[in-house]
Design a protein. Structure first.
Length: 265
């Protein structure tokens, strides 16, 4: 895929953060876009800001907690555009709660949002990509998918699960023309900490200091698009916090010391 002009790109979590930034980048490159998130009015705001009209865009609002209609969503895209070239599983929810205070119900919700939604939406688009003999599935994971961290037990577990599933899926679908890219952002300046799940089903409603000083979502989006064009299989994007992934791999004892000194915020 040398260009995104007239390519059909479906982005979840398109109403803010990395997803919103990706909409603007793809729109500037002439892609046809499907925007998904819970709030339709926010999707409309993003579409307007990206100068997208009804001929080149589709607003498809739904909650990632329930992707039981994933096949219907994919079918509606096919009816409008005739194909699906790129699916970006970007939507998700972080966590700021100790494991002991995370109920089974809240844990299941985090897994539904961060893991099962990506699985269900990807399975829904695969038959169409197989017919085209082409397609790209992008999964926005996290460096939390590479190691556990304070107050992130279930979120980290869901991100770890993404790697196991989509690394396996990649091997199964590449012979049919479909590629899989797993993106592992570090700290990106988005509302992810504001919307993070805490105890009793509430949200954090605070911007972590580490995110305030982080990489802009626009810069992150550009790097993701470059990785897609280069057919990369994995991308780490962020700042100096990414070094901890290499330290864990090559110097595990040092990692164990460093990680215990980090602030969860």
């Amino acid at each position: 895929m040398e260009s995104f002009k007239n390519k059909v790109v479906w982005i979840t979590g398109a109403s803010s953060g990395i997803g919103e930034a990706l909409v603007y980048e793809f729109a500037s490159k002439g892609a046809k876009l499907i925007l998904s998130a819970r709030r339709e009015h926010e999707l409309q705001r993003v579409a307007n800001a990206a100068n997208l009209n009804n001929e080149v865009s589709l607003l498809l609002p739904f909650d990632l907690l329930d992707t039981s209609k994933a096949d219907e969503y994919a079918e509606s895209i096919i009816k409008k555009f005739g194909r699906i070239d790129v699916l970006i599983n970007n939507g998700g929810q972080s966590q700021r709660a100790e494991a002991i205070h995370t109920t089974v119900e809240d844990g299941k919700k985090l897994f539904e949002i961060n893991y099962f939604s990506s699985v269900n939406l990807s399975k829904a688009v695969l038959p169409y990509m197989f017919k085209q003999d082409s397609g790209k599935i992008i999964v926005i994971s996290s460096i939390a998918g590479k190691f556990g961290f304070y107050l992130r037990s279930t979120y980290s577990a869901a991100k770890h699960a993404l790697h196991g599933y989509f690394e396996s899926l990649r091997l199964e679908v590449e012979k049919k023309g479909v590629s899989v890219l797993i993106v592992c952002p570090g700290k990106i300046k988005t509302a992810i900490s504001l919307n993070a799940a805490v105890e009793n089903g509430q949200t954090h409603n605070k911007m972590d200091q580490s995110h305030e000083q982080a990489m802009a979502a626009e810069v992150c989006a550009k790097q993701i698009i470059t990785a897609i064009l280069k057919n990369k299989e994995e991308l780490f994007v962020g700042g100096k916090e990414l070094l901890i992934v290499k330290i864990k791999r090559f110097f595990p004892r040092l990692f164990n010391i460093i990680i215990r000194k980090q602030s969860p915020y």
